[in-house]
Design a protein around this ligand. Sequence first.
Ligand code: NAD
Length: 486
Amino acid sequence: MPKRLKGLWIGGQWVPTATTFEDLNPADGSVWAEVPDASLTETTMALRAAQQAFGAWSALPFQHRSHLMIKIAEVVERRKDELVEALRQEGGGWIGKGMFEAGYVPEVFYAAAASNYAAMGEVLPSESGKFSLAVRRPMGVVTCISPWNFPSLLTARGIAFALAAGNTVVLKPSEETPYTGGLFFAEVFEEAGVPAGVFNVITCSRDRVQAVGDELIDHPAVKGISFTGSTPVGRMIAARAGAHLKKACVELGGKDALIVCDDADLERATQAANFGSFMHQGQICMSVEKVLVHEKIFEPFLQRFVQRASGLKVGDPSKDPSHIIGPLINDKQAAKVKQQIDDALAKGATVALGGGVNGRYVEPTILLNVTPDMLVYREETFGPVVPVIPFASDDEAIAIANDTEYGLSSGVITRDESRALAIAHRLETGMCHVNCSSVNDEPHVPFGGSKASGLGRHGGRWSHETFTETRWITLERGGRAFPPMF
Ligand code: NAD
Protein backbone atom coordinates (compact mmCIF):
# COMPACT_ATOMS: atom_id res chain seq x y z
CA MET A 1 0.00 0.00 0.00
CA PRO A 2 1.46 3.40 -0.97
CA LYS A 3 2.02 5.80 1.91
CA ARG A 4 -0.87 8.25 2.42
CA LEU A 5 0.23 11.85 2.67
CA LYS A 6 -2.10 14.30 4.40
CA GLY A 7 -1.88 17.11 1.86
CA LEU A 8 0.14 20.25 1.27
CA TRP A 9 1.13 22.20 4.39
CA ILE A 10 -0.14 25.77 4.02
CA GLY A 11 -0.84 28.31 6.76
CA GLY A 12 -0.72 25.62 9.45
CA GLN A 13 -3.31 23.40 7.69
CA TRP A 14 -3.15 20.20 5.65
CA VAL A 15 -4.56 21.16 2.25
CA PRO A 16 -5.66 18.39 -0.14
CA THR A 17 -5.22 18.82 -3.89
CA ALA A 18 -7.48 17.84 -6.79
CA THR A 19 -4.85 15.47 -8.20
CA THR A 20 -1.87 13.49 -6.98
CA PHE A 21 1.27 12.05 -8.55
CA GLU A 22 3.20 8.84 -7.92
CA ASP A 23 6.38 8.76 -5.86
CA LEU A 24 8.34 5.62 -6.80
CA ASN A 25 10.78 3.49 -4.82
CA PRO A 26 13.70 3.43 -7.28
CA ALA A 27 14.87 0.03 -6.02
CA ASP A 28 11.92 -1.82 -7.60
CA GLY A 29 9.73 0.81 -9.28
CA SER A 30 6.84 0.25 -6.83
CA VAL A 31 4.63 3.21 -5.87
CA TRP A 32 5.88 4.35 -2.45
CA ALA A 33 3.49 7.27 -1.95
CA GLU A 34 0.69 9.21 -3.64
CA VAL A 35 1.70 12.84 -3.44
CA PRO A 36 -0.40 16.04 -3.64
CA ASP A 37 0.16 17.81 -6.97
CA ALA A 38 0.01 21.55 -6.26
CA SER A 39 -1.13 23.99 -8.91
CA LEU A 40 -0.47 27.71 -9.15
CA THR A 41 -3.49 28.38 -6.91
CA GLU A 42 -2.02 26.47 -3.94
CA THR A 43 1.42 27.93 -4.60
CA THR A 44 0.05 31.46 -4.32
CA MET A 45 -1.91 30.46 -1.20
CA ALA A 46 1.31 29.24 0.42
CA LEU A 47 3.18 32.43 -0.51
CA ARG A 48 0.36 34.57 0.93
CA ALA A 49 0.35 32.53 4.15
CA ALA A 50 4.11 33.06 4.49
CA GLN A 51 3.71 36.79 3.78
CA GLN A 52 1.04 37.13 6.48
CA ALA A 53 3.12 35.27 9.05
CA PHE A 54 6.27 37.31 8.45
CA GLY A 55 5.44 40.34 10.67
CA ALA A 56 4.82 38.38 13.87
CA TRP A 57 7.59 35.83 13.27
CA SER A 58 10.27 38.42 12.56
CA ALA A 59 9.16 40.45 15.59
CA LEU A 60 9.53 37.51 18.01
CA PRO A 61 12.45 37.83 20.42
CA PHE A 62 15.28 35.99 18.71
CA GLN A 63 15.60 33.37 21.43
CA HIS A 64 12.00 32.23 20.87
CA ARG A 65 12.82 31.40 17.27
CA SER A 66 15.94 29.58 18.47
CA HIS A 67 13.92 27.58 21.00
CA LEU A 68 11.63 26.42 18.19
CA MET A 69 14.63 25.40 16.06
CA ILE A 70 15.82 23.27 18.99
CA LYS A 71 12.35 21.71 19.33
CA ILE A 72 12.41 20.85 15.62
CA ALA A 73 15.83 19.22 16.05
CA GLU A 74 14.49 17.17 18.97
CA VAL A 75 11.44 15.96 17.03
CA VAL A 76 13.68 14.87 14.13
CA GLU A 77 15.97 13.07 16.58
CA ARG A 78 13.01 11.22 18.04
CA ARG A 79 11.80 10.24 14.56
CA LYS A 80 15.26 9.29 13.31
CA ASP A 81 14.58 5.60 12.61
CA GLU A 82 11.44 6.44 10.69
CA LEU A 83 13.33 8.99 8.60
CA VAL A 84 16.15 6.52 7.89
CA GLU A 85 13.62 4.00 6.58
CA ALA A 86 11.84 6.59 4.45
CA LEU A 87 15.16 7.78 2.97
CA ARG A 88 16.00 4.18 2.11
CA GLN A 89 12.70 3.54 0.37
CA GLU A 90 11.96 6.87 -1.26
CA GLY A 91 15.52 7.61 -2.35
CA GLY A 92 17.04 4.15 -2.83
CA GLY A 93 19.90 4.76 -0.43
CA TRP A 94 22.08 2.48 1.67
CA ILE A 95 21.18 2.40 5.38
CA GLY A 96 24.49 4.06 6.35
CA LYS A 97 23.67 7.01 4.11
CA GLY A 98 20.25 7.35 5.74
CA MET A 99 21.75 7.20 9.26
CA PHE A 100 24.25 9.91 8.38
CA GLU A 101 21.60 12.13 6.81
CA ALA A 102 19.00 11.68 9.55
CA GLY A 103 21.70 12.43 12.15
CA TYR A 104 22.85 15.54 10.29
CA VAL A 105 19.43 17.22 10.00
CA PRO A 106 19.02 18.01 13.75
CA GLU A 107 22.56 19.43 13.77
CA VAL A 108 21.51 21.95 11.11
CA PHE A 109 18.63 23.16 13.30
CA TYR A 110 20.89 23.34 16.40
CA ALA A 111 23.41 25.37 14.41
CA ALA A 112 20.62 27.65 13.14
CA ALA A 113 19.39 28.14 16.73
CA ALA A 114 22.93 29.05 17.78
CA SER A 115 23.37 31.50 14.90
CA ASN A 116 20.85 33.84 16.55
CA TYR A 117 23.18 34.34 19.53
CA ALA A 118 26.01 35.77 17.43
CA ALA A 119 26.61 39.48 16.87
CA MET A 120 24.05 40.83 14.39
CA GLY A 121 25.93 43.84 13.10
CA GLU A 122 28.78 46.26 13.59
CA VAL A 123 29.39 49.69 15.08
CA LEU A 124 31.17 51.83 12.51
CA PRO A 125 33.37 54.90 12.93
CA SER A 126 31.60 58.09 11.81
CA GLU A 127 33.16 61.20 10.22
CA SER A 128 30.75 63.42 12.18
CA GLY A 129 30.56 61.60 15.47
CA LYS A 130 27.29 59.83 14.76
CA PHE A 131 26.47 56.55 16.35
CA SER A 132 26.71 54.51 13.16
CA LEU A 133 25.45 50.94 12.87
CA ALA A 134 25.42 48.23 10.26
CA VAL A 135 22.57 45.89 11.20
CA ARG A 136 21.04 42.84 9.60
CA ARG A 137 17.36 42.14 9.33
CA PRO A 138 15.26 39.36 7.84
CA MET A 139 14.12 39.86 4.28
CA GLY A 140 10.55 38.50 4.19
CA VAL A 141 9.48 35.33 2.38
CA VAL A 142 12.28 32.99 1.32
CA THR A 143 11.51 30.14 -1.06
CA CYS A 144 13.51 26.93 -0.99
CA ILE A 145 13.73 24.51 -3.93
CA SER A 146 15.65 21.35 -3.02
CA PRO A 147 16.96 18.23 -4.83
CA TRP A 148 16.49 14.49 -4.24
CA ASN A 149 19.97 13.13 -3.54
CA PHE A 150 20.26 14.20 0.13
CA PRO A 151 16.69 15.47 0.35
CA SER A 152 16.39 15.96 4.12
CA LEU A 153 19.86 17.38 4.63
CA LEU A 154 19.65 19.82 1.71
CA THR A 155 16.13 20.96 2.62
CA ALA A 156 17.21 21.51 6.24
CA ARG A 157 20.19 23.56 5.07
CA GLY A 158 17.98 25.69 2.83
CA ILE A 159 15.32 26.50 5.44
CA ALA A 160 16.77 26.40 8.98
CA PHE A 161 19.01 29.49 8.98
CA ALA A 162 16.51 31.52 6.94
CA LEU A 163 13.77 30.74 9.49
CA ALA A 164 15.96 31.32 12.54
CA ALA A 165 16.86 34.76 11.18
CA GLY A 166 13.16 35.69 11.08
CA ASN A 167 12.16 34.98 7.49
CA THR A 168 9.17 32.83 6.62
CA VAL A 169 9.53 30.02 4.11
CA VAL A 170 7.75 28.20 1.30
CA LEU A 171 9.50 24.93 0.46
CA LYS A 172 9.19 22.95 -2.76
CA PRO A 173 11.04 19.63 -2.54
CA SER A 174 12.03 17.47 -5.50
CA GLU A 175 9.25 15.42 -7.11
CA GLU A 176 11.54 12.38 -6.60
CA THR A 177 11.60 12.80 -2.80
CA PRO A 178 8.56 14.91 -1.86
CA TYR A 179 8.26 13.25 1.57
CA THR A 180 11.83 13.08 2.93
CA GLY A 181 12.67 16.45 1.37
CA GLY A 182 9.32 18.10 2.09
CA LEU A 183 6.20 16.80 3.82
CA PHE A 184 8.22 15.04 6.54
CA PHE A 185 9.33 18.53 7.62
CA ALA A 186 5.69 19.72 7.61
CA GLU A 187 4.86 16.93 10.09
CA VAL A 188 7.85 17.88 12.24
CA PHE A 189 7.01 21.59 12.25
CA GLU A 190 3.39 20.83 13.15
CA GLU A 191 4.53 18.71 16.09
CA ALA A 192 7.05 21.31 17.23
CA GLY A 193 4.29 23.94 17.31
CA VAL A 194 5.79 26.42 14.85
CA PRO A 195 3.21 29.22 14.29
CA ALA A 196 0.91 28.88 11.27
CA GLY A 197 2.26 30.22 7.98
CA VAL A 198 5.90 30.48 9.11
CA PHE A 199 6.74 27.33 7.15
CA ASN A 200 4.76 25.99 4.20
CA VAL A 201 5.35 23.00 1.91
CA ILE A 202 4.03 22.52 -1.58
CA THR A 203 4.76 19.42 -3.64
CA CYS A 204 4.19 19.15 -7.38
CA SER A 205 4.87 16.85 -10.32
CA ARG A 206 7.54 17.53 -12.95
CA ASP A 207 4.75 18.64 -15.34
CA ARG A 208 3.86 21.54 -13.09
CA VAL A 209 7.30 22.48 -11.82
CA GLN A 210 7.96 25.21 -14.37
CA ALA A 211 4.80 27.19 -13.53
CA VAL A 212 5.09 26.57 -9.79
CA GLY A 213 8.83 27.34 -9.82
CA ASP A 214 8.31 30.63 -11.68
CA GLU A 215 5.75 31.74 -9.11
CA LEU A 216 8.17 30.91 -6.29
CA ILE A 217 10.48 33.54 -7.76
CA ASP A 218 8.11 36.10 -9.32
CA HIS A 219 5.62 36.61 -6.48
CA PRO A 220 6.22 40.07 -4.97
CA ALA A 221 6.35 38.71 -1.41
CA VAL A 222 9.41 36.58 -2.26
CA LYS A 223 12.63 38.32 -1.32
CA GLY A 224 15.13 35.48 -1.43
CA ILE A 225 15.56 32.06 -3.03
CA SER A 226 17.56 29.06 -1.84
CA PHE A 227 18.07 26.63 -4.72
CA THR A 228 20.03 23.39 -4.69
CA GLY A 229 20.03 21.30 -7.85
CA SER A 230 21.46 21.02 -11.34
CA THR A 231 23.39 23.76 -13.10
CA PRO A 232 20.95 24.19 -16.04
CA VAL A 233 17.95 24.73 -13.71
CA GLY A 234 20.04 26.84 -11.30
CA ARG A 235 21.10 29.15 -14.14
CA MET A 236 17.44 29.75 -15.05
CA ILE A 237 16.50 30.37 -11.41
CA ALA A 238 19.39 32.81 -10.87
CA ALA A 239 18.62 34.66 -14.12
CA ARG A 240 14.94 34.97 -13.28
CA ALA A 241 15.69 36.12 -9.72
CA GLY A 242 18.24 38.56 -11.11
CA ALA A 243 15.65 40.11 -13.42
CA HIS A 244 13.59 40.93 -10.29
CA LEU A 245 16.73 42.02 -8.39
CA LYS A 246 16.04 39.28 -5.85
CA LYS A 247 18.78 37.44 -4.00
CA ALA A 248 19.29 33.81 -5.04
CA CYS A 249 21.73 31.41 -3.43
CA VAL A 250 22.26 28.60 -5.93
CA GLU A 251 24.19 25.42 -5.10
CA LEU A 252 24.72 23.43 -8.30
CA GLY A 253 26.54 20.53 -9.93
CA GLY A 254 30.18 19.53 -9.79
CA LYS A 255 33.01 17.66 -11.50
CA ASP A 256 35.31 17.30 -8.52
CA ALA A 257 38.85 15.97 -8.70
CA LEU A 258 40.80 14.02 -6.10
CA ILE A 259 44.54 14.62 -6.58
CA VAL A 260 46.75 11.83 -5.26
CA CYS A 261 50.36 13.05 -4.98
CA ASP A 262 53.43 10.79 -5.19
CA ASP A 263 54.02 11.03 -1.41
CA ALA A 264 50.43 10.04 -0.55
CA ASP A 265 49.48 7.53 2.11
CA LEU A 266 48.12 4.96 -0.35
CA GLU A 267 45.64 3.45 2.11
CA ARG A 268 44.14 6.87 2.86
CA ALA A 269 44.11 7.77 -0.85
CA THR A 270 42.34 4.54 -1.80
CA GLN A 271 39.65 4.96 0.85
CA ALA A 272 39.10 8.61 -0.11
CA ALA A 273 38.74 7.63 -3.78
CA ASN A 274 36.41 4.73 -3.01
CA PHE A 275 34.16 6.64 -0.63
CA GLY A 276 34.21 9.84 -2.70
CA SER A 277 33.40 8.12 -5.99
CA PHE A 278 30.86 5.51 -4.91
CA MET A 279 29.06 6.67 -1.75
CA HIS A 280 25.34 6.88 -2.60
CA GLN A 281 26.11 5.58 -6.11
CA GLY A 282 28.08 8.76 -6.87
CA GLN A 283 24.91 10.84 -6.57
CA ILE A 284 26.51 13.56 -4.44
CA CYS A 285 27.19 17.03 -5.81
CA MET A 286 30.73 16.77 -4.31
CA SER A 287 31.38 13.20 -5.51
CA VAL A 288 34.86 12.48 -6.78
CA GLU A 289 34.35 12.53 -10.56
CA LYS A 290 38.04 12.32 -11.57
CA VAL A 291 40.85 10.63 -9.65
CA LEU A 292 44.18 12.15 -10.69
CA VAL A 293 47.17 10.04 -9.64
CA HIS A 294 50.90 10.80 -9.86
CA GLU A 295 52.45 8.52 -12.47
CA LYS A 296 55.04 7.23 -9.96
CA ILE A 297 52.34 5.57 -7.85
CA PHE A 298 49.70 5.02 -10.53
CA GLU A 299 49.92 1.22 -10.70
CA PRO A 300 49.96 0.43 -6.94
CA PHE A 301 47.16 2.94 -6.35
CA LEU A 302 45.02 1.50 -9.15
CA GLN A 303 45.51 -2.05 -7.93
CA ARG A 304 44.34 -1.11 -4.41
CA PHE A 305 41.46 1.04 -5.67
CA VAL A 306 40.11 -1.73 -7.93
CA GLN A 307 40.42 -4.27 -5.13
CA ARG A 308 38.62 -2.09 -2.59
CA ALA A 309 35.84 -0.98 -4.98
CA SER A 310 35.20 -4.56 -6.08
CA GLY A 311 34.02 -5.26 -2.50
CA LEU A 312 31.05 -2.89 -2.80
CA LYS A 313 27.91 -4.97 -3.25
CA VAL A 314 25.18 -3.82 -5.63
CA GLY A 315 21.50 -4.43 -4.84
CA ASP A 316 18.23 -3.25 -3.30
CA PRO A 317 19.34 -1.49 -0.08
CA SER A 318 16.03 -2.08 1.68
CA LYS A 319 16.43 -5.87 1.27
CA ASP A 320 19.96 -6.16 2.67
CA PRO A 321 22.12 -3.65 4.57
CA SER A 322 25.21 -5.05 2.85
CA HIS A 323 23.89 -3.61 -0.45
CA ILE A 324 25.99 -0.47 -0.38
CA ILE A 325 25.39 0.44 -4.02
CA GLY A 326 21.66 0.89 -4.54
CA PRO A 327 19.74 2.00 -7.61
CA LEU A 328 20.14 5.33 -9.35
CA ILE A 329 17.19 7.60 -8.69
CA ASN A 330 15.39 7.05 -12.02
CA ASP A 331 15.67 5.58 -15.52
CA LYS A 332 16.69 8.91 -17.03
CA GLN A 333 19.71 9.15 -14.74
CA ALA A 334 20.68 5.50 -15.42
CA ALA A 335 20.45 6.14 -19.18
CA LYS A 336 22.68 9.21 -18.85
CA VAL A 337 25.33 7.26 -16.94
CA LYS A 338 25.20 4.40 -19.47
CA GLN A 339 25.60 6.91 -22.30
CA GLN A 340 28.76 8.26 -20.64
CA ILE A 341 30.22 4.75 -20.26
CA ASP A 342 29.37 3.82 -23.89
CA ASP A 343 30.75 7.09 -25.21
CA ALA A 344 34.03 6.62 -23.30
CA LEU A 345 34.47 3.03 -24.48
CA ALA A 346 33.69 3.99 -28.09
CA LYS A 347 36.40 6.67 -27.92
CA GLY A 348 39.10 4.37 -26.53
CA ALA A 349 38.64 4.22 -22.76
CA THR A 350 39.10 0.87 -21.03
CA VAL A 351 37.37 -0.66 -18.03
CA ALA A 352 39.46 -1.47 -14.94
CA LEU A 353 36.37 -2.46 -12.94
CA GLY A 354 32.63 -2.80 -13.52
CA GLY A 355 30.94 -1.19 -16.50
CA GLY A 356 27.71 -3.18 -16.14
CA VAL A 357 24.32 -1.43 -16.14
CA ASN A 358 21.27 -3.45 -15.15
CA GLY A 359 18.18 -1.24 -15.20
CA ARG A 360 18.72 1.44 -12.57
CA TYR A 361 21.61 -0.51 -10.98
CA VAL A 362 25.10 0.48 -12.15
CA GLU A 363 28.22 -1.39 -11.01
CA PRO A 364 31.00 0.65 -9.41
CA THR A 365 33.01 1.45 -12.51
CA ILE A 366 36.63 2.57 -12.86
CA LEU A 367 37.72 3.78 -16.32
CA LEU A 368 41.24 4.22 -17.71
CA ASN A 369 42.59 6.06 -20.78
CA VAL A 370 39.91 8.74 -20.45
CA THR A 371 40.56 11.81 -22.62
CA PRO A 372 39.07 15.34 -22.71
CA ASP A 373 36.86 14.58 -25.73
CA MET A 374 34.80 12.09 -23.68
CA LEU A 375 31.52 12.99 -21.94
CA VAL A 376 32.70 11.33 -18.72
CA TYR A 377 35.67 13.72 -18.58
CA ARG A 378 33.63 16.86 -19.12
CA GLU A 379 30.05 16.40 -17.90
CA GLU A 380 28.79 15.72 -14.40
CA THR A 381 28.17 11.94 -14.18
CA PHE A 382 26.19 11.69 -10.92
CA GLY A 383 26.65 7.94 -10.95
CA PRO A 384 29.18 5.33 -9.72
CA VAL A 385 31.64 5.83 -12.57
CA VAL A 386 35.07 7.40 -12.20
CA PRO A 387 38.08 7.85 -14.49
CA VAL A 388 41.59 7.44 -13.06
CA ILE A 389 44.00 9.74 -14.90
CA PRO A 390 47.82 9.91 -14.46
CA PHE A 391 49.77 13.17 -14.07
CA ALA A 392 53.48 13.97 -13.97
CA SER A 393 53.63 17.23 -11.95
CA ASP A 394 51.50 19.28 -9.55
CA ASP A 395 51.04 21.88 -12.32
CA GLU A 396 49.59 19.23 -14.59
CA ALA A 397 47.27 17.87 -11.88
CA ILE A 398 45.97 21.37 -11.15
CA ALA A 399 45.41 22.03 -14.86
CA ILE A 400 43.38 18.80 -15.29
CA ALA A 401 41.38 19.46 -12.11
CA ASN A 402 40.54 22.99 -13.27
CA ASP A 403 39.70 21.89 -16.83
CA THR A 404 35.94 22.01 -16.23
CA GLU A 405 33.18 24.59 -16.12
CA TYR A 406 32.40 23.42 -12.56
CA GLY A 407 34.15 24.39 -9.33
CA LEU A 408 32.46 22.85 -6.32
CA SER A 409 34.90 20.87 -4.17
CA SER A 410 38.20 18.99 -4.44
CA GLY A 411 40.56 16.74 -2.50
CA VAL A 412 44.36 16.52 -2.27
CA ILE A 413 46.20 13.57 -0.76
CA THR A 414 49.79 14.24 0.28
CA ARG A 415 51.96 13.98 3.41
CA ASP A 416 53.29 17.50 2.77
CA GLU A 417 50.84 20.08 4.11
CA SER A 418 52.69 23.03 2.52
CA ARG A 419 52.44 21.37 -0.85
CA ALA A 420 48.75 20.64 -0.17
CA LEU A 421 48.00 24.26 0.63
CA ALA A 422 49.88 25.46 -2.45
CA ILE A 423 47.72 23.15 -4.59
CA ALA A 424 44.50 24.03 -2.72
CA HIS A 425 45.04 27.75 -3.35
CA ARG A 426 45.31 27.14 -7.09
CA LEU A 427 42.24 24.93 -7.46
CA GLU A 428 39.23 26.83 -8.79
CA THR A 429 36.78 25.28 -6.32
CA GLY A 430 34.70 26.74 -3.51
CA MET A 431 35.97 24.03 -1.15
CA CYS A 432 39.08 21.85 -0.89
CA HIS A 433 39.89 19.06 1.57
CA VAL A 434 43.42 17.89 2.25
CA ASN A 435 43.93 14.20 2.95
CA CYS A 436 40.24 13.58 2.48
CA SER A 437 37.79 13.12 -0.37
CA SER A 438 35.94 16.09 -1.86
CA VAL A 439 32.80 14.94 0.01
CA ASN A 440 32.63 16.94 3.25
CA ASP A 441 29.92 19.04 4.87
CA GLU A 442 29.24 20.56 8.28
CA PRO A 443 26.27 22.77 9.19
CA HIS A 444 28.24 25.86 10.21
CA VAL A 445 30.82 26.10 7.39
CA PRO A 446 30.72 28.21 4.19
CA PHE A 447 29.45 25.56 1.79
CA GLY A 448 29.28 26.44 -1.88
CA GLY A 449 30.92 26.42 -5.28
CA SER A 450 32.77 28.57 -7.76
CA LYS A 451 32.28 28.86 -11.54
CA ALA A 452 29.19 26.93 -12.76
CA SER A 453 28.83 25.19 -9.37
CA GLY A 454 26.93 28.06 -7.86
CA LEU A 455 26.68 31.47 -6.33
CA GLY A 456 26.40 32.34 -2.64
CA ARG A 457 27.07 30.22 0.42
CA HIS A 458 24.92 28.05 2.68
CA GLY A 459 25.91 27.28 6.28
CA GLY A 460 26.37 29.04 9.61
CA ARG A 461 26.89 32.79 9.51
CA TRP A 462 27.19 32.64 5.72
CA SER A 463 23.57 31.46 5.53
CA HIS A 464 22.67 34.25 7.92
CA GLU A 465 24.32 36.75 5.55
CA THR A 466 22.62 35.16 2.54
CA PHE A 467 19.13 35.34 4.04
CA THR A 468 19.25 38.75 5.71
CA GLU A 469 19.78 42.24 4.36
CA THR A 470 22.28 44.73 5.70
CA ARG A 471 21.05 48.20 6.71
CA TRP A 472 22.99 51.30 7.76
CA ILE A 473 21.42 53.22 10.66
CA THR A 474 22.85 56.31 12.29
CA LEU A 475 22.05 58.40 15.39
CA GLU A 476 23.00 62.08 15.04
CA ARG A 477 24.70 63.56 18.13
CA GLY A 478 25.30 67.16 17.14
CA GLY A 479 28.40 66.64 15.03
CA ARG A 480 26.96 67.11 11.55
CA ALA A 481 25.91 70.69 10.80
CA PHE A 482 23.92 71.53 7.65
CA PRO A 483 25.24 74.19 5.28
CA PRO A 484 23.94 77.60 6.59
CA MET A 485 21.97 78.38 3.36
CA PHE A 486 19.74 75.43 4.27
P1 NAD B 1 17.22 19.46 -10.68
O1 NAD B 1 17.85 20.75 -11.06
O2 NAD B 1 16.61 18.64 -11.73
O3 NAD B 1 16.06 19.71 -9.60
C1 NAD B 1 16.32 20.43 -8.40
C2 NAD B 1 15.01 21.05 -7.93
O4 NAD B 1 14.60 22.00 -8.91
C3 NAD B 1 13.87 20.05 -7.80
O5 NAD B 1 13.09 20.40 -6.69
C4 NAD B 1 13.10 20.26 -9.08
O6 NAD B 1 11.74 19.94 -8.96
C5 NAD B 1 13.27 21.76 -9.27
N1 NAD B 1 13.06 22.25 -10.62
C6 NAD B 1 13.27 21.60 -11.79
N2 NAD B 1 12.94 22.41 -12.82
C7 NAD B 1 12.54 23.58 -12.29
C8 NAD B 1 12.09 24.82 -12.83
N3 NAD B 1 11.99 25.01 -14.14
N4 NAD B 1 11.77 25.81 -11.98
C9 NAD B 1 11.87 25.64 -10.65
N5 NAD B 1 12.28 24.50 -10.08
C10 NAD B 1 12.62 23.49 -10.89
O7 NAD B 1 18.33 18.66 -9.86
P2 NAD B 1 18.19 17.22 -9.19
O8 NAD B 1 18.22 16.22 -10.29
O9 NAD B 1 17.07 17.21 -8.22
O10 NAD B 1 19.53 17.15 -8.34
C11 NAD B 1 20.74 16.73 -8.86
C12 NAD B 1 21.62 17.91 -9.17
O11 NAD B 1 21.74 18.73 -8.01
C13 NAD B 1 23.04 17.52 -9.53
O12 NAD B 1 23.49 18.34 -10.59
C14 NAD B 1 23.82 17.83 -8.26
O13 NAD B 1 25.19 18.07 -8.47
C15 NAD B 1 23.11 19.02 -7.75
N6 NAD B 1 23.30 19.18 -6.31
C16 NAD B 1 24.07 20.22 -5.86
C17 NAD B 1 24.31 20.36 -4.50
C18 NAD B 1 25.16 21.49 -3.97
O14 NAD B 1 25.10 21.77 -2.78
N7 NAD B 1 25.97 22.15 -4.79
C19 NAD B 1 23.78 19.44 -3.60
C20 NAD B 1 23.01 18.39 -4.10
C21 NAD B 1 22.78 18.27 -5.45
